[in-house]
Design a binder for this molecule. Structure first.
Ligand code: CP
Length: 312
């Protein structure tokens, strides 16, 4: 199976998932430090097309493209003609006229990456860098890479807790699909108001997925705790009574750290709301792999661009 676009984890079988992970590992510098540079995409152009704010994803795709020797165009909706009402179609056709081989797109609308891939507006491969509340496939791949490096190949022995604002989280959706494909046991831990339709304590629609309304009930069993950002910008109305109550019940806080397994790790996709879903002691603890996730993001995004850009 070759990689033409990366729109959803749903499109990936286990062979291509492991190919991406092993390719990312090839780019790792054995002496530590910056990833290897390989001029595999010389002559290719990568376009970063960002309609929504980003720090980690945009910068790591930019670094990944440069590490592979590609030319790079950075487009941000802020400061562009999008503010004058230009449509996605016209923006895409403008970029087509300029020329691009791979478009990495973040968009506030769920399904925008698939729309761009399926419309005939641009002759380029499309990588979904986060679309609305739908998916963020490269985030899930870098999370899984980080877990793999810590625990090894056998995901079936791992219990992974995804905690907090699951309802609005494209990171949670992509991780659910990916971790489920790899055979991990997944706990969705959230108040009922922050769980998507189809998930409650007695039902879940994916194999290996359980739901808990109590973090404290499952915390000691977890190998990985993935705290999610509370996405206040996507919330209209109250999803929980107060920030203090959410933090008391679902936040990873100093007093909960000692209840984690000795070898457990903490993940957070960023940006973190310190003091809400995670406190400073937990975010900066030895168990926290937050900055390792960022470093691994460059390797995984290099792998994705490499596999797409060199496909025959
Ligand atoms: N994790 C993530 O997508 O972060 P950014 O919004 O900073 O890219």
């Amino acid at each position: 199976m070759s990689l033409s676009n990366l729109l959803s984890i749903q499109d990936l079988d286990s062979k291509i998932i492991w190919q991406i992970l092993h390719t990312a590992d090839e780019f790792k510098n054995p002496n530590g430090g910056k990833p290897k540079k390989v001029a595999a995409l010389n002559g290719k152009t990568v376009i970063n097309l960002f309609f929504e704010d980003s720090t980690r994803t945009r910068i790591s795709f930019e670094t990944a493209a440069k590490n592979l020797g590609a030319d790079l165009i950075n487009f941000s909706a802020k400061g562009s003609s999008v503010s004058k009402g230009e449509s996605l179609k016209d923006t895409a056709q403008t970029l087509k006229a300029i020329g691009g081989d791979i478009v990495v797109m973040r968009h506030w609308a769920s399904g925008a990456a698939a729309r761009l891939a399926n419309a005939n507006w641009i002759d380029a491969s499309i990588v979904n860098a986060g679309d609305g509340t739908h998916e963020h496939p490269t985030q899930a791949l870098l999370d899984v890479y980080t877990i793999w490096k810590h625990f090894g190949d056998d995901f079936s022995k791992l219990k992974i807790g995804i905690v907090g604002d699951i309802l609005h989280s494209r990171v949670a959706r992509s991780n659910l699909l990916l971790l489920s494909k790899l055979g991990a046991q997944i706990y969705l831990i959230a108040p009922r108001t922050l769980l998507p339709m189809g998930f409650d304590k007695d039902h879940s629609t994916l194999p290996g997925v359980s739901v808990s309304y109590s973090l404290d009930a499952v915390l000691p069993e977890l190998d990985v705790i993935m705290e999610l950002r509370i996405q206040q910008e996507r919330m209209e109305g109250g999803f929980f009574p107060s920030a203090t109550e959410f933090s008391n019940l679902y936040g990873l806080r100093k007093e909960r750290l000692s209840k984690l397994k000795e070898n457990a790790i903490i993940l957070h996709p960023g940006p973190m709301n310190r003091g809400l879903e995670i406190d400073a002691t937990s975010a900066d603890s030895e168990k926290s792999k937050v900055l390792e996730q960022v470093q691994n993001g460059v390797l995984v995004r290099m792998a994705v661009l490499f596999l797409i850009g060199t496909k025959s």
